[in-house]
Design a protein around this ligand. Structure first.
Ligand SMILES: C[S@@+](CC[C@H](N)C(=O)[O-])C[C@H]1O[C@@H](n2cnc3c(N)ncnc32)[C@H](O)[C@@H]1O
Length: 284
């Protein structure tokens, strides 16, 4: 399959409109190879038919296929372990202090296939910060396929070899016939999955969240779209709440509503107005 420059532009424009993801026009070979696998699955013969379909009618099935094909779902258990250690040893105990027993509300935005929200719940359970269904993790993603996989909570051997401590495997998973592993109900019952496009859809529920994970997705967005997402997040981050971004992501130069904060060996972000209180708590 060979794309003309115009077809490449039309496809990149469509993906951007649907998801905010910017496809590098230089990476034509990447788009061509993805489309080669994808088109037969959606009954289209070539790029011309695809571009016609994109221009002339909105087909939710086609949109879902394209978003899935061009979004990166790379994720693993306890991604950035230093962050998880810092949350367990510093943030959760402080939270208990200034939230006087109120339950945790956590949002895992762009959660992919679920390793992130389930890792958060395992961390909370291990440290006795949730029990009896007090507290919950709301997990969202634009990709329906990723969410379907996440809510089933079934992972193959390769996925299970990426970051899960052996004792957690025994404690929080059961092995199915065929060798895959399923997350136990004791973890799953704390997570609620929903489809959400970070750029165009409202944030689920009207609550403020104590912790917001939005990791490894803003890197794919333009600066103006990062600003838009961070602004939405700001209004839904509870006082003294924390925003967690991916290891290579920052709010600096994009939003003045957040300040970076060193939490143990990890970098997180607080609301600018909470910064001086946080620095006192952290003993700076
Ligand atoms: C690389 S994964 C990150 C998964 C997880 N947060 C982590 O860091 O391990 C990026 C995820 O962002 C999702 N995504 C991309 N564009 C999105 C958008 N506009 N709204 C919501 N999710 C989006 C993709 O479907 C994908 O699952």
């Amino acid at each position: 399959m060979v794309l003309t420059d115009q077809q490449m532009q039309d496809i990149a424009d469509f993906i951007y409109e649907m998801s905010g993801i910017v496809i590098d026009l230089q990476k034509k070979y990447f788009v061509e190879s993805r489309l080669k696998q994808l088109l037969p699955q959606i009954g289209l013969k070539n790029a011309e038919e695809l571009c016609d379909a994109l221009k002339n009618f909105r087909d939710p099935k086609l949109e879902t296929f394209l978003i899935d094909a061009f979004t990166t779902h790379e994720t693993y258990w306890f991604r950035d372990p230093e962050l998880f250690s810092a949350l367990a040893s510093i943030y959760f105990p402080s939270f208990k202090e200034f939230n006087a027993g109120r339950p945790f509300l956590i949002w895992s935005a762009a959660c992919s296939t679920g390793q992130e929200p389930y890792s958060i719940v395992m961390l909370l359970l291990e440290n006795h910060f949730i029990s009896n269904l007090a507290g919950r993790v709301v997990a969202t993603d634009i990709s329906l396929n990723a969410l379907n996989r996440a809510s089933k909570g079934i992972y193959n051997q390769i996925e299970m070899s990426r970051g899960i401590p052996a004792e957690f495997l025994i404690k929080y998973f059961w092995q199915m016939n065929g060798g895959s592993w399923q997350i136990s109900e004791s973890v799953r019952r704390y997570v609620e999955f929903a489809q959400q496009n970070l750029l165009t859809d409202p944030i689920p529920y009207s609550c403020q969240y104590h912790l917001i994970f939005c990791r490894n997705v803003l890197i794919y967005f333009l600066k103006q779209d990062k600003e838009k997402v961070l602004k939405k997040i700001y209004h839904r981050l509870a006082p003294m709440g924390l925003l967690v971004l991916g290891a290579s992501e920052t709010t600096v130069g994009i939003s003045k509503q957040f300040c970076p904060l060193r939490l143990g060996k990890a970098m997180v972000f607080c609301r600018a107005e909470d910064y001086s209180r946080w620095t006192k708590i952290l003993g700076k």
